[in-house]
Design a protein around this ligand. Structure first.
Ligand code: B16
Ligand code: MG
Length: 230
């Protein structure tokens, strides 16, 4: 198998480039408290990368809410969340994010965002990285949420690339599954219990070097090739 011909990176936003995961958590926690529904940080872990509606359904479980109440709660949670992202600045980029984006751009690698969030564009602007990004796939782009491959396939298409030319960086299990289902290379950030299915697992973007990853992916491609030819 030839070396992987990587031409693009697709970054998940929340939990990868910035820690809006915590802001989503605080907004859900406020809503859950108002509704007297038990919720905590641990329960929130399962909501990483999960769409707004699916997250709410998970939180309310089998409590009998009407569709109108569900929609009102989704709006309420979003209001809390949108309020909390107003104060974001480039300082809210996670360590290593800017260095990696700049290294990739210098290497001629295209950059896309693949976020389930309908607020992704606002967050990208607040973070000051809009001019470093070639394509955005967000909560408005496709019907099927992660773990379906659709969002990342949409981003690759916008970048003009084939799936196997793309690396996805994700912090969510559902996001890693979506990347693999799309036929892309997956880098998981966080504990192996969460993102262990990815080709490469790292604690964070800090110290992440494109050159190192390239070597790792080539090794994996070589290993796969020798497994299939044996
Ligand atoms: P919104 P990602 C996801 O973003 C978040 O991880 C998840 O917690 C959130 O519910 C989802 O976006 C939808 O966000 O309510 O703003 O549309 O991780 O895919 O960047
Ligand atoms: Mg995420």
């Amino acid at each position: 198998m030839p070396n992987p011909n990587i031409q693009g990176f697709i970054f998940d936003l929340d939990g990868v480039l910035t820690d809006t995961a915590e802001l989503h958590y605080l907004a859900w926690q406020k809503l859950a408290d108002e509704e007297s529904i038990p919720f905590n940080h641990q329960a929130n872990e399962g909501l990483r990368g999960v769409s707004r509606r699916a997250s709410l359904m998970h939180i309310i479980g089998d409590r009998p809410y009407s569709e109108a109440q569900i929609e009102e709660m989704m709006e309420r949670k979003n209001r809390y969340y949108v309020e909390s992202i107003q104060n974001m600045t480039p300082k809210d980029l996670l360590p290593g994010a800017i260095a990696l984006l700049d290294e990739l751009r210098q290497a001629g690698i295209k950059i896309g965002i693949g976020s389930a969030s309908k607020n992704a564009r606002t967050v990208i602007e607040r973070l000051g990285i809009a001019d470093k990004v070639d394509a955005i796939a967000d909560g408005y782009s496709v019907e099927q949420p992660k773990p379906a491959p659709d969002l990342f396939l949409y981003a690759a298409k916008q970048l003009g690339l084939e799936p196997e030319q793309c690396v996805v960086v994700e912090d969510a299990g559902a996001g890693v599954d979506a990347a693999l289902a799309a036929g892309m290379w997956a880098v998981g950030l966080g504990p192996a219990e969460r993102v262990g299915a990815a080709h490469v697992v790292l604690p964070s973007l800090e110290g992440f070097k494109w050159a190192d990853l390239k070597a790792k992916l080539s090794n994996i491609a070589r290993q796969k090739h020798s497994e299939t030819s044996n």
